[in-house]
Design a protein. Structure first.
Lengths: 310, 308
């Protein structure tokens, strides 16, 4: 109830005071309460908090893996091929004798790097295309919509594999390829939202006082669709981490000796019956990481975008 | 309606052409060509290589090669595999397609059979422990990487228990693990969608009316809620064809199933261009047709959807 009264207050201060300072103060109070309400909604969702905690731990591992990693992830311990867990190697050794725990810890860096950088790329491309298509409409929209349809009709993993094979598989290429192809969801959602925003009074008002398209889009319209974009971003990180793992699993993603969870599973595949310990922990890490981002995304959706609630 | 179908088909053809031009161009940008792969370490003179290039038309410009390829492809001729010498690509692909279709139809039946009842019961008994645990399972199911689940199931059922085969496709028991893994993500997603769709329908006026006129709970659920809740869920399956193909690529590799997915991965790894091209074309056609059929079915089942 206090939230509603605060909102009304902000509204009234805008309506009845002519002084611009009071108006600004009112606006600021409104914004703060909006943010706090979203934060409260997020904090109420406990699974989202679990996800957040896990991602924080993972980020620490990814930024300073050398502090936690007991060995060099690329060091080969001779005579330790496929060795079971021991006091020296807590998670055992892989098929060539490298320390599984160290490789798992360093793998966090690869997973988060691909997840965050590639998702940022998809978000930037998708939001730009969606915003331009939705704002300008007409021919621009027709052409860009066909582009979106075409990219969506592409059998995604198949094309990613072809691209990786042709360009040569590497960490950088994996990021670029995923970033260049997985933006369609952002574009579609942003386009639809821009089309409805375009007709709003405040956008017309801004246009009437002479604001140009770039300013209108960036200053007035995009901030209003930040909620769904943040939600899609969070969920996107999870699905892109799975995509990287799948590419690496198929041998066309991150290349050795760079530690990658998907690559570790690919190495484990021929030895799964003899050395199952090679596969268990990297798989658990992929699952927990994706789960964590999905839970944060669900929590953010409830918090920022109550319309999309399941 | 007819003009709509024709327009969509034409758009679909453009999309398919763009996809094939894109992959064709890419493969020709790649360093090395099929002849290098074919020759490998063998000792051949440059003249011999040039002669083979000319024979295969590889000395001509890319756009000419593409047109020749397209013309042949339209007549069902996709050339021969460079790696498996002398084998027609269309025969290889046809055989593998049958395997992949079998697996994915079984997986689809399994996931629909599990997901729809689970999602509906979870919605009707909302906030019950069944709802809680099944949705927790579904959330986990979406996050599980299918290749890892496949490895773990192989370890468990083929390794520790020794009751199921780990790879290949030589009898009914070989289908069990791949089908389960293929169905996993789909089941999790469909169950979540079915739940939210059922909850949506349950709060609508016509359901209250059905109850108010004294209808028993079972007819309300089956005749009024289920039929309407199914619609968005079943139609989403067609839109997910692209993801289903991605799933089959990974799962067939894990279980060494001789289907399209595994064939595609091997052809990519060995740069067997003819096979790659044929499979990419097939996948693109499948995705485009899947989307079109889904749109049409949707409009047919639900007259509220207006087609422009």
């Amino acid at each position: 109830m206090s939230e509603t009264s605060e909102e009304r207050q902000a509204h009234e201060s805008r309506q009845y005071t002519a002084g611009s300072t009071t108006e600004l103060a009112g606006l600021e109070r409104k914004q703060r309460s909006e943010f706090r309400r979203a934060l409260n909604r997020f904090l109420r969702y406990r699974a989202g908090l679990f996800g957040l905690a896990f991602v924080v731990v993972l980020t620490i591992l990814a930024v300073i893996p050398m502090v936690f990693s007991p060995h060099d992830p690329t060091e080969i311990f001779s005579g330790m091929r496929g060795a079971s867990p021991s006091s020296e190697h807590w998670l055992g050794n892989d098929h060539v004798g490298r320390d599984v725990l160290s490789r798992t810890i360093w793998g966090a860096q690869t997973a988060l790097l691909v997840g965050v950088v590639a998702t940022t790329m998809t978000a930037v491309i998708g939001v730009a295309i969606g915003a331009i298509a939705g704002y300008f409409g007409g021919w621009t929209d027709s052409i860009l919509s066909r582009l979106i349809d075409t990219v969506m009709a592409v059998p995604l993993l198949a094309i990613l594999l072809v691209l990786a094979a042709v360009l040569g598989p590497s960490l950088r290429n994996v990021i670029l390829i995923i970033g260049a192809l997985v933006w369609t969801q952002f574009a579609r959602v942003v386009r639809a939202d821009m089309m409805s925003l375009r007709e709003r009074d405040y956008v017309m008002a801004a246009r009437a006082i002479g604001a140009q398209a770039p300013r209108l889009i960036v200053r007035h319209m995009l901030p209003n669709i930040l909620g769904p974009v943040i939600v899609m971003f969070t969920l996107g990180v999870g699905s892109i981490i799975i995509l990287e793992a799948a590419l690496s699993f198929l041998g066309l993603g991150v290349q050795p000796p760079t530690p990658s969870w998907g690559r570790s599973l690919s190495d484990a595949r021929p030895h799964i019956l003899r050395f199952p310990h090679m596969a268990i922990v990297p798989g658990v890490m992929i699952t927990l990481t994706v789960l964590a981002f999905n839970l944060i995304g669900d929590g953010l959706r409830d918090a920022l975008d109550p319309r999309q609630r399941e | 309606m007819l003009t709509y179908i024709i327009r969509r088909l034409l758009q679909g053809i453009v999309v398919i052409l763009l996809v094939t031009i894109f992959t064709f161009g890419l493969m020709h940008l790649a360093p090395g060509d099929p002849i290098d792969v074919m020759v490998g370490e063998a000792r051949v003179t440059d003249e011999q290589i040039e002669r083979i290039r000319a024979q295969w038309g590889l000395d001509r410009p890319v756009h000419e090669q593409y047109i020749v390829w397209l013309g042949n492809a339209l007549q069902g001729d996709f050339g021969q595999s460079v790696v498996r010498r002398g084998v027609d690509v269309s025969d290889m692909v046809l055989e593998a397609t049958w395997v992949t279709v079998q697996l994915n139809v079984l997986a689809m039946v399994l996931s629909i059979g599990v997901a729809l009842p689970v999602g509906m019961i979870a919605a009707i008994r909302r906030y019950s422990s069944f709802d809680y645990f099944s949705m927790m399972g579904a959330t986990l199911g979406v996050a599980l990487p299918n290749f890892w689940v496949g490895l773990m199931l192989i370890f468990l059922f083929a390794g520790m228990l020794g009751i199921l085969p780990s790879s290949g496709l030589r009898g009914p028991e070989y289908y069990i693990l791949p089908v389960i893994v293929l169905a996993l993500e789909q089941t999790a997603l469909l169950a979540r969608m079915m739940r939210s769709s059922t909850i949506d329908v349950m709060t609508q006026d016509f359901v209250s009316v059905a109850r108010a006129k004294g209808l028993a709970e079972m007819p309300v659920i089956f005749r009024h809620i289920a039929r309407n809740a199914l619609l968005p869920v079943v139609t989403i399956i067609g839109y997910r064809l692209s993801f289903i193909l991605s799933g089959t690529i990974v799962v067939e590799t894990v279980f060494s199933v001789p289907g399209l997915g595994q064939m595609f991965v091997t052809s990519v790894q060995r740069l067997d261009y003819q096979v790659m091209q044929a499979i990419v074309l097939l996948f693109a056609v499948a995705v485009v047709l899947g989307n079109l059929l889904t749109d049409l079915t949707y409009a047919y089942i639900d007259p509220r959807i207006r087609i422009q």
